[in-house]
Design a protein. Structure first.
Length: 256
């Protein structure tokens, strides 16, 4: 079995969910991960098997798919404020309001998730035939690094989108272990406020321009994102007699 190191771009693509169908994929993945696999949410709250809340209407969603099996592996959302309120402020009175001028160019990063198949390297779909020389891309780095690499690819795409849209500030609730992992990659993540007894997650801040200036993006994260609606225009490429559509995608594991 070939475990040759492959870059993120070799294995995945990020898609901006720009259609109702693609947003539904994110909701279904969240239900599967948060309710079924992780047990974070009560499955009975979501009879349609879609983990969705009132903030999704004011959010931008990104999805991840493996390039060759075309399996959707996870997603992330960027939530716009409702007036002068973000989800993290609604969930805890301990989080103070931001300066009024900050809301118009800020988002909250949340619902970052990855499926069990991705975490276990089970990228292959036995129903899809792929040339043997391309199966090696299923093994991205090693078991310790896959979640990190997928998370970074997703952040890269979200940061590109943010700068394009004039979004300068990210806020996110995360546990300290995740924040430490992000900081180790050279991203300037800053803790805001003190730890709360009511929650294991803390509030953190990142500047989108600083995120994009990180040199790690030159190590295999050069691609940004595509629109989900572009998938219909993809043309199959011939790979030793097999027609394979080279479409892919991304994510990570943490309820934020």
């Amino acid at each position: 079995m070939n475990r040759q190191k492959q870059s993120f771009d070799h294995c995945f693509e990020v898609f901006l969910a720009d259609t109702p169908e693609s947003k539904k994929i994110h909701y279904q993945l969240r239900y599967r991960i948060y309710c079924d696999e992780m047990g974070f949410d009560d499955m009975e709250r979501f009879p349609a098997q879609q983990e969705i809340d009132e903030w999704d209407k004011s959010a931008v969603h990104f999805l991840v798919r493996h390039k060759y099996t075309q399996q959707w592996l996870g997603g992330l959302r960027m939530v716009m404020p409702k007036g002068h309120v973000f989800p993290f402020q609604e969930s805890s009175s301990s989080h103070q309001r931001l300066p009024n001028g900050r809301y118009k160019n800020s988002v909250e990063i949340s619902r970052l998730c990855v499926t069990k198949e991705a975490r276990r390297f089970a990228f292959r779909n036995p129903a899809i035939e792929v040339a043997e020389e391309n199966r090696k891309i299923s093994f991205l780095h090693d078991y310790r690094n896959i979640n990190r690499d997928i998370m970074l690819g997703l952040y890269r795409a979200a940061a590109v989108y943010s700068v394009q849209q004039g979004i300068k500030h990210w806020y996110m609730l995360a546990n300290p272990a995740l924040a430490y992992s992000i900081k180790k990659q050279g991203l300037d993540i800053q803790q805001l406020g003190d730890a709360s007894r009511q929650s294991a997650r803390l509030l953190y801040y990142l500047n989108t321009k600083q995120v994009l200036e990180n040199s790690l993006w030159f190590e295999g994260y050069r691609h940004d994102f595509r629109l989900y609606s572009d998938i219909a225009t993809d043309v199959p490429v011939d790979m030793r007699g097999r027609q394979v559509k080279q479409i892919g995608v991304i994510s990570y594991v943490s309820r934020i």
